[in-house]
Design a binder for this molecule. Structure first.
Ligand SMILES: Cc1cc2nc3c(=O)[nH]c(=O)nc-3n(C[C@H](O)[C@H](O)[C@H](O)COP(=O)(O)OP(=O)(O)OC[C@H]3O[C@@H](n4cnc5c(N)ncnc54)[C@H](O)[C@@H]3O)c2cc1C
Length: 329
């Protein structure tokens, strides 16, 4: 593949960061810009990756492929950046009540899969854990700066002509970009809090209508809320009450509130990411990772890179080409 000008990656959230590391690996020349005037939702993320979802303990979409890919990816990236931010950790899902326990046990043979270990009180989920996203982004930014490929700049339309292609990794802000605002995003504001307590376990992530995550500094995080009615960066009293309620329902009564984090998940109506270059145009997108940026972005950065290199076409259900009718003039 012959590339005369560099690519531009717009946005250094988890999506832009993970894509940039794949471009470095593939020797695709690029710059990465991150806007000093837009907020970044990745800093609010709990960073959890969890291959099990829903009442019926199903495997998440593409769990086998995603989780086989993400472990070596983040482990290698820790070495490259000489930093620690990847924390595999067992996740425990207690049965909600006796009735639910019986309901699940009656269906155990249909439900069971390799990610689950059953106990009397609930199920353990294997291959779960969390990424310290703030640390990943900070170390990556330093790494990109040292290579002279990072700038704290906001993309303007006229910038596009200097680049082979521009790939927008703007998270929620894509909903305000005239190029992408017709896409069926379904953003969801979320909050979580960091707290101090002696009560929760330090050995696992507890997952019961929310999560409690033990942090290396001795504190914990509890999350997360979802709302679809407003998209400001302001924490709300009602979300805080909801998070306190989650703590109570997970058996934590004594705690001290340390911090509140707010972000907006770039979720999509069809619950699939938006990935790929527009045809006949040098604009592309890597977005729509919703509440799963940490587990989805590595695998799809890999497949997007293969698509750009002409090695393998992107799978249809994530490709932006499924919305090509929105971009025809
Ligand atoms: C409370 C909460 C908890 C969450 N917990 C988890 C979790 O446990 N696990 C998980 O996987 N996910 C979690 N998420 C979801 C996760 O945060 C998102 O999937 C992820 O942040 C999306 O990353 P992004 O890079 O697409 O967007 P962002 O992180 O928002 O990054 C976009 C970047 O683009 C920049 N930008 C925008 N426009 C421009 C422009 N014109 N020029 C230059 N730069 C621009 C912005 O400054 C920003 O830095 C959570 C989210 C919230 C809100």
């Amino acid at each position: 593949m012959k590339i005369s000008k560099p690519y531009l990656i717009v946005g250094q959230g988890v999506a832009g960061t993970v894509l940039a590391h794949h471009f470095l690996q593939a020797n695709i020349p690029f710059q990465i810009w991150d806007s000093p005037i837009h907020f970044n939702s990745s800093y609010a993320a709990g960073g959890i990756f969890n291959p099990v979802t829903g009442r019926k303990l199903e495997k998440t979409w593409l769990a086998d492929e995603l989780f086989d890919y993400l472990f070596p990816f983040y482990q290698q990236l820790e070495k490259t950046l000489n930093a620690s931010f990847f924390y595999p950790m067992p996740l425990f899902r207690p049965f909600a009540n006796a009735e639910m326990k019986q309901w699940l046990l009656d269906r155990k043979s249909e439900i069971n899969h390799d990610f689950l270990t059953w106990t009397d009180d609930g199920v353990w989920v294997k291959q779960a854990g969390w990424v310290d996203v703030a640390s990943l982004l900070r170390h990556s930014k330093n790494y990109f700066e040292k290579q002279g490929i990072y700038a704290a700049k906001t993309f303007q339309v006229a910038d596009a002509m200097d680049f082979e292609g521009v790939i927008f990794c703007e998270g929620f802000h894509a909903t305000q970009n005239p190029l992408w605002n017709k896409l069926p995003f379904l953003p969801a504001k979320g909050e979580l809090i960091r707290f101090q307590s002696n009560e929760p376990s330090r050995d696992c992530i507890l997952n019961k209508n929310g999560f409690i995550l033990p942090l290396p500094d001795g504190a914990f995080k509890v999350g997360a809320t979802y709302r679809w009615d407003e998209f400001t960066q302001t924490p709300t009293a009602s979300s805080r009450e909801e998070l306190f309620g989650k703590l109570t329902s997970m058996g934590v009564s004594n705690y001290e509130l340390l911090d509140t984090y707010v972000g907006i998940r770039p979720a999509t109506q069809d619950r699939r990411p938006f990935v790929g270059m527009l045809s006949g145009n040098n604009r592309g997108i890597f977005n729509g990772f919703g509440s799963k940026g940490v587990s989805l972005s590595p695998y799809f950065a890999h497949t997007f890179t293969q698509d750009i290199l002409g090695e393998k076409e992107l799978q249809a259900d994530v490709s932006i080409r499924r919305y090509s009718h929105l971009f025809s003039v």
